[in-house]
Design a protein around this ligand. Structure first.
Ligand SMILES: Cc1cc2nc3c(=O)[nH]c(=O)nc-3n(C[C@H](O)[C@H](O)[C@H](O)COP(=O)(O)O)c2cc1C
Length: 284
């Protein structure tokens, strides 16, 4: 097993970066449940949005050029455990703006960006990439600047469905001496096997609405986390109503009758209504 230098980790199971899902409260709950470390959603260095980093996460950057990287890292470097660069986003906006997986063919630009991030921080620095015909070439560049490689071995075309290509992830690990984090359909059934082959693993969709998964996988004994825990912290952190409702829907996952519950929750209009709905239905 290869260790990530300069990073104190409780275990080898991480919360994967997820847009919209990984707000500060959700990340804090996953960490409390046992996640080895948390990742922010992808964030652009020129963002005006306020960023709260109380969980000391890895902050994931996305961009297609050098604008603002140095200043952004300087501003937040003390508050994060490390930095990650997104080379995986398959979305239409990524295609239009030329970031994520759409940056892969531009190896020179990638090298400039990695160099800039490396020069801006001493903290651990990773790239997270998808499978593509450029991926192994990108790893050769990353070997010069990065401390970790994260691989989600699906292509841009696959998006989030179809089989992740684990043999591609293996091949990628063989092509570098850096620690490799595996991402893609990690679950309760396969995590032990994956931890034998890869240095670290991360969990995305299976953790949505279910931070307790980390306590199960890491054998951490904690009081079961419920939506009430989310609500309490949501008040503290001023999470907008729309986001709270989104998480309320997520937390019905795995409950009996969840389709019906979701349908009802989607019609609720205030925080009070959400809380009393959850209480009336004994969901918290
Ligand atoms: C809703 C959602 C949002 C995501 N946002 C990001 C993101 O911002 N940055 C990133 O690198 N990957 C993102 N991903 C990809 C995940 O980090 C992960 O690599 C992928 O979902 C495969 O893992 P899983 O099967 O455990 O979900 C996102 C995935 C989902 C489902």
């Amino acid at each position: 097993m290869r260790k990530i230098k300069n990073l104190n980790l409780r275990n080898r199971i991480f919360l994967a970066p997820m847009e919209q899902v990984n707000d500060i409260v959700f990340r804090l709950l996953c960490k409390k449940a046992g996640a080895g470390i948390t990742f922010t959603p992808m964030i652009h260095p020129l963002t005006k949005q306020k960023i709260i980093l109380d969980d000391k996460p890895i902050l994931q950057l996305f961009t297609s050029n050098l604008n603002g990287i140095k200043e952004f890292i300087k501003k937040y470097d003390k508050k994060v455990s490390g930095w990650d660069f997104n080379l995986g986003c398959p979305a239409k906006t990524a295609e239009r703006q030329g970031f994520g997986v759409f940056l892969h063919p531009k190896l020179k630009t990638i090298e400039k960006i990695l160099k800039e991030i490396r020069a801006s921080t001493k903290k651990p620095f990773s790239i997270k990439l998808r499978k593509s015909r450029y991926a192994l070439k990108i790893v050769l560049i990353a070997n010069k600047y990065c401390d970790v490689i994260i691989i989600h071995p699906r292509t841009q075309k696959q998006g989030y469905s179809g089989e992740p290509d684990i043999s591609f992830a293996r091949k990628l690990r063989e092509s570098t001496n850096l620690p490799v984090v595996y991402s893609g359909d990690v679950n309760e059934m396969n995590y032990k096997e994956l931890l034998k082959e890869f240095d670290y693993i991360m969990i995305g969709r299976k953790a949505i609405g279910n931070p307790n998964l980390f306590s199960i996988l890491t054998n951490k004994k904690i009081k079961k986390i419920t939506f009430e825990d989310y609500l309490k912290l949501a008040k503290k952190y001023n999470i907008p109503f729309k986001q709270i409702k989104f998480q309320a829907l997520n937390f019905t996952k795995g409950m009996k009758n969840s389709a019906n519950l979701r349908n009802k929750i989607s019609k609720l209009k205030t925080l009070k209504e959400i809380l009393s709905f959850y209480q009336k239905n004994s969901l918290i």
